[in-house]
Design a protein. Structure first.
Length: 401
């Protein structure tokens, strides 16, 4: 496919998925290990539950025929002869066909029950029939849904002990740059901490992928080529962080072109405009920009949909709120601008939106912000007091008043 000339984000994704063919793979895992995984096949109950009728509540099982003329004299009743204990979900002796709630009973010193006079007893009272919880063949859960703790309980109830799930795509992350040093290493002039690796590892985990983080690779073409070769052998998707621009030591694009098919170089969005992507050996290779904010955006809008595709789930759709700008928001019309913003909830339930720009915020405060606004190409920006819609990066309950 012809390389796109500075595509939009939407065009870049469309072109990528036209060039890449991937068939999701599945594996069978124990139910106890399946929380958070995506179900690959619709599941049905293997059995009926209860197998026979069972008590619908804590109480005692009785013969309803003894109650045809009201509450009988129970002063001489004997446990196991005239009644049985029948707790919620329990089977009990077939001689008894009704359950009296424990709240309607007191016991004397001989353990004979005293039944409240207002108690109504008939055949089947407070008794669950066979299969009342689940019947054999009942639908338990549709495929292509992430498994929650409650879903595991439903599957266990239906007799499922193992489930087919989509394999987590293995995503290699290669931090590139001679200036980079591992986190925890003392800083010196000309050096920068590799903070992208820890962000990428946990972001990929959160997406449902299996990250493989590689050591820092210096700005050296043979070294980067060897790291790419190894990553392609060990993973399904490769991300190279850094070296995405057009400097003398920016080898990412040249390597994709030399080893495979370059789909696009540069996007009409910022930060992270120089990023590129291609297909090498049938696998995606994404070269995101090195600055942490740009790397965050590249992972979020481009890598996230790729991982979602591998797991057969829709891309993430975040909660949106509408708020009033506390200051002007400048958005150059030639490209989409991905703006970090800080949203606060007012006492009246409304929201204010404070842009986090390079003029009023550090990189650390921008990365810690709780929402995101993406401008449209051709837009003219906004003024203080205008109302805009933003995507929340934290749940609404964490928005401070």
């Amino acid at each position: 496919m012809k390389t796109l000339n500075t595509p939009t984000r939407a065009q870049a994704l469309e072109s990528f998925f036209q060039s890449w063919s991937f068939q999701p793979r599945t594996e069978q895992i124990p139910l106890a290990e399946a929380c958070g995984r995506v179900l690959a096949e619709t599941q049905y109950s293997r059995h009926a539950l209860p197998v026979v009728r069972a008590s619908g509540m804590d109480g005692i099982g009785v013969d309803s025929s003894r109650f045809l003329n009201g509450i009988p004299d129970t002063s001489q009743w004997i446990l196991g002869v005239d009644y049985a204990r029948a707790d919620t979900g329990d089977d009990f002796d077939d001689r008894f066909d009704a359950v009296i709630p424990i709240e309607n009973i007191t016991f004397d010193s001989r353990n004979a029950p005293r039944i409240s006079p207002e108690t109504q007893v008939s055949a089947g009272s407070n008794v669950r029939g066979p299969g009342s919880m689940v019947k054999e063949g009942d639908l338990l859960m549709e495929k292509n849904l992430p498994l929650r703790p409650a879903d595991l309980a439903v599957l266990a109830t239906g007799g499922v002990t193992e489930v087919p799930v989509y394999k987590k795509p293995r995503v290699a992350f290669i931090p590139a740059g001679s200036e980079l040093i591992p986190a925890g290493t003392p800083l010196s002039r000309g050096k920068n901490i590799d903070s992208n690796s820890i962000m990428a590892e946990h972001t990929l985990n959160e997406m449902g992928a299996r990250p493989i983080c590689y050591p820092i690779v210096k700005d050296d073409l043979p070294a980067l080529k060897e790291a790419l070769r190894r990553a392609l052998a060990e993973s399904d998707i490769v991300i190279v962080s850094g070296g995405s621009s057009k400097g003398d030591e920016d080898y990412g694009v040249r390597l994709i072109q030399a080893e495979g098919e370059l789909i696009f170089q540069g996007i009409a969005a910022a930060p992270g405009r120089p990023m590129s992507a291609g297909i090498v050996g049938g696998k995606p290779v994404v070269n995101i920009s090195g600055p942490t904010l740009a790397a965050f955006y590249g992972l979020d809008w481009f890598v996230r949909p790729i991982v979602a595709h591998c797991l057969s789930v829709p891309p993430l759709r975040r909660q949106k709120v509408t708020g009033v700008l506390t200051e002007d928001l400048s958005c150059p019309p030639a490209m989409e601008i991905l703006c970090k913003v800080q949203v606060r909830r007012n006492e009246d339930g409304g929201y204010t939106v404070r842009p986090c720009s390079r003029n009023n915020a550090t990189m650390s405060s921008m990365m810690a912000s709780n929402a995101l606004y993406i401008s449209k190409i051709g837009g003219a920006g906004y003024k203080k007091g205008d109302t805009i819609e933003v995507e929340l990066l934290r749940s609404e309950e964490y928005l401070m008043i």
